[in-house]
Design a protein around this ligand. Structure first.
Ligand SMILES: Nc1ncnc2c1ncn2[C@@H]1O[C@H](COP(=O)(O)OP(=O)(O)O)[C@@H](O)[C@H]1O
Ligand SMILES: [Mg+2]
Length: 476
């Protein structure tokens, strides 16, 4: 392969917007990585947060690629929230990929392909290029359409404080000017190789148009000196993006569609070689990111052995897994093991454990969530919700905030009162009461066994062997 393309388009950020963690803005640590009780949307769970902070630090220093972390703890103890906090702290330059283990089985590709893609999404390649750009303030855009409208020609006048030049425009440039809504007075940069146009802002000389432009307009100085200049540009793309852009059947449009299909191993080999060359030539750096696999006990033994091997490859990210299982069956086997992870994988992970919250923490988290959802809770209502959270689960109590505020709105009240909480508490049962109901009405439901409320959903024949950490291999 002579030429490997890395996206010249804006790199695509896969931004996760999970409503239930939208209040999490970071890990809430101080400069010494000590957790604050309540900061950046994070409350309590201090030792896990501190551990997460240390891990982030190591990732940023590029020290921890190819390692694995397991966040272990009961449901609703903030495992996913802490992972989101880590992603925020890492910043946009370090790839962070989030995968729910069961997604591996639902994509239209093999399990190992899905995992390989997730791995490669989590490795960034920071590429340095020297680009030739034209940077200046637009003086005038003149576009002539042919009678049919099919072809367009035009002229673009751009200036710096020292010079002014007129450029002839082709169809493609006209389209991108129109797409970016460039008008006279904008300061723009045109990448000469790709023709990509970036709007840098409005020229200060046009500041009097301010009222017409709206308050989000950014004003910049008209550039000085030459119009054409060489500029060092750095952009980070993931290995996966490079794979997709270079796979002939896909093309970069597939990145937008999200429908990437399987990628040939030979192509990946070529890209690895090329990236290796760039590194040697000093054109690129590898930025190992983070792959977060939530509910990791849903992976099966084939996935686990793939993970084990992939972690040893040179281009491996940091893998963080989360599980709320205790001793449970490893999917695809008859064996039980801690957290449902095979022993050889367990052996290489560092375990961070999360613990159930105290009432005080629950109260603070509920307060933050109420603020986030713009719900006013009367102090007594917050007390009641807090107690419910302690007795049932934090997540259940969080869910009641939304529903209780709907109940309050129906009464045309501004604030949620105890009565609203009570009402929705009776409308929506929590897990404990649901199990209780199932027990009492067992004969009316279809079920596999008559054992309800257990921690294991996928059932296990009684007497199946339990494997402890002391065993060397589960496959023995
Ligand atoms: N320490 C915390 N600070 C702030 N919010 C939290 C904290 N722990 C959990 N939450 C919130 O509580 C809810 C349940 O936590 P989650 O992280 O989903 O639990 P888990 O993944 O351990 O089951 C989420 O909305 C989460 O954002
Ligand atoms: Mg979770």
């Amino acid at each position: 392969m002579a030429q490997i393309t890395t996206s010249t388009e804006n790199t695509i950020q896969t931004l996760e917007r999970i409503g239930s963690h939208s209040h999490v803005k970071g890990l809430g640590l101080d400069e010494r990585l000590e957790p604050r009780q309540n900061a950046q949307g994070m409350v309590g769970q201090k030792s896990a947060r501190k551990a997460a902070g240390v891990i982030v630090k190591m990732v940023q220093e590029g020290k921890i690629a190819g390692r694995a972390i397991l966040m272990a703890g009961p449901p609703s103890t903030g495992k996913t929230a802490i992972a989101m906090g880590m992603a925020q702290t890492l910043g946009s330059d370090v790839p962070f990929t989030m995968l729910s283990a069961s997604e591996v089985f639902s994509l239209e590709m093999s399990k190992t392909e899905a995992l390989t893609q997730a791995f490669r999404r989590s490795i960034g390649v920071r590429i340095r290029e020297e680009a030739e750009v034209v940077e200046g303030e637009v003086v005038e855009i003149q576009i002539d359409r042919s009678l049919t409208g099919a072809t367009k020609t035009g002229k673009l006048t751009v200036k710096t404080t020292d010079m002014e030049t007129i450029y002839e425009l082709g169809n493609k440039m006209i389209d991108s000017l129109q797409k970016e809504k460039v008008t006279a007075g904008d300061v723009i940069a045109i990448d000469k190789a790709s023709g990509r146009i970036t709007k840098l802002g409005r020229s200060f000389t046009r500041a009097r148009d301010y009222d017409a432009m709206g308050s989000d307009t950014k004003f910049v100085q008209c550039p000085e000196g030459e119009l054409q200049r060489r500029k060092d540009v750095v952009h980070t793309v993931s290995l996966h993006e490079i794979d997709v852009i270079n796979s002939r059947t896909q093309g970069f449009l597939a990145l937008f569609a999200g429908d990437t299909g399987e990628i040939k191993p030979e192509l990946r080999d070529q890209i690895n070689t090329k990236v290796g060359e760039w590194r040697e030539e000093g054109k690129a750096d590898i930025v190992p990111g983070v792959l977060f696999i939530d509910e990791v006990h849903m992976l099966d033994i084939e996935c686990f052995s793939f993970l084990n091997r992939a972690l040893e490859s040179e281009l491996a990210p940091l893998v963080i897994m989360a599980s709320n299982r205790g001793i449970t069956r490893i999917r695809g086997t008859r064996f039980r093991s801690p957290h449902g992870l095979p022993i050889d994988l367990l052996d290489r992970v560092l375990i961070v454990s999360t613990k159930p919250y105290e009432q005080e923490d629950i109260k603070e988290i509920l307060q933050i969530r109420a603020q986030e959802e713009e719900v006013t809770l009367k102090p007594e209502a917050l007390e009641v919700l807090t107690r419910m959270g302690a007795e049932t689960s934090l997540r259940y109590a969080i869910n009641l905030i939304t529903t209780a505020s709907l109940a309050a709105k129906r009464r045309k009240a501004d604030a949620v009162e105890v009565a609203d909480v009570r009402r929705v508490y009776n409308l929506f049962v929590d897990e404990k009461r649901s199990v209780q109901y199932l027990r009492e009405h067992a004969e009316q439901f279809m079920s596999e066994t008559d054992d309800f409320g257990g921690k294991e959903v996928d059932g296990l024949a009684p007497g199946a062997p339990v494997v402890g950490i002391s065993h060397t291999s589960i496959l023995a």
